[in-house]
Design a binder for this molecule. Sequence first.
Ligand code: GLU
Length: 417
Amino acid sequence: MAVDIENPYNVAVAQFDEAAERLGLSQAMRAILRKPKRELIVNFPVRMDNGDVEMFTGYRVQHNINRGPAKGGIRFSPAVSLDEVRALAMWMTWKCAVAGIPFGGAKGGVICDPHNMSRTELERMTRRYTTEISIIMGPNSDIPAPDMNTNPQVMAWMMDTYSMHQGYSVPAVITGKPLAIGGSEGRLEATARGVLIVTREALKDLNMIPERCSVVIQGFGNVGSVTARLLADFGCKIVGLSDIKGGIYNPAGIDVHMALRYSKEHGNLSGLPGTERVTNAELLELPTDILIPAALENQLTVRNATRVKARLIIEAANGPTTPGAEEILYDKGVTIVPDILANAGGVTVSYFEWVQDLQRFFWDELEINERLETIMTRAYYATRHKAKEQDTNLRMGAYLLAVARVAEATEMRGVYP
Ligand code: GLU
């Protein structure tokens, strides 16, 4: 397998091409949907705490906006690249279409190492980046949200910066904000809650009993850590966890609430009493019923897929499995709940946040969670039904649904002028 297939944009396009072929889309429609609509590259200076000025590069890519405003997160990481952002933007288009929420897809990022920046440096970088991309942002045009290494505080700075330029507050331009400035109940937990819902439904389909299932989760950020807690409360046995420092393992089960407290106190999970240390690579190959990659792209590849032991993989991260790895896993009988379905809970509650901000009318957490439940179960069963009907896997089922919806909207709107 060529290494290049692990360029996330190549992976995203290959997945789309397969769906387009099965759907019999016209060459023109394929050409339109393969390319992002807009790609903005910004190079900008930031004054660091020591007085030096450093240049940063950031991106905002809008893949498709035919079903609604562009929507998608912002990530801060040294690994950010234009191709990564393009892939993530395309996946957002399909994700919003699978969930049936009226948004198109976008993504943004800044190449930086947020762990080696002070809070004031992070704030200045965030505000300047927001100013640079504000030319394509707006509550009706492009609505950013959190992603890797960004959080409600970063969203607050982004919302404030955009609002300062307008001269009045525009809460609906950003989602994932703190509650105090128009954030939504349930948004912090939303991605993990969606992961819990699809895991629950997939377990039913596979006749697996939650109380008898072991779970390994890669990543202990907002998605991984909350997923661990919700699945433990659901009755599953969490046997492996990891963060950027490495993994921990206990075949008898990890006390997740203790792990959460420990990670908060120590900054990472390493050395949690009663657990054995494993590398991030070993973690993915641990004996477990369920494996949940909740970190980065390209974690399950042709190099490790044969050694993966899980029966069920829930893609809480975006793009964690390469197409080559996927083939190997299907041959072994593994079920994969794909990213564009599994992690759609985040953007779904982002949609609720945006609607609440536009209406200036806020819902309680129960209402948010009930509506999330409805959307996620509907998306899961629509995907499963499509996969069965077309005799294919869940990823292709989700793609067939999503790409058909976006293609229909694109077709109806026609080619301008
Ligand atoms: N970054 C999240 C994702 O990958 C959420 C995006 C959003 O809420 O707009 O789905």
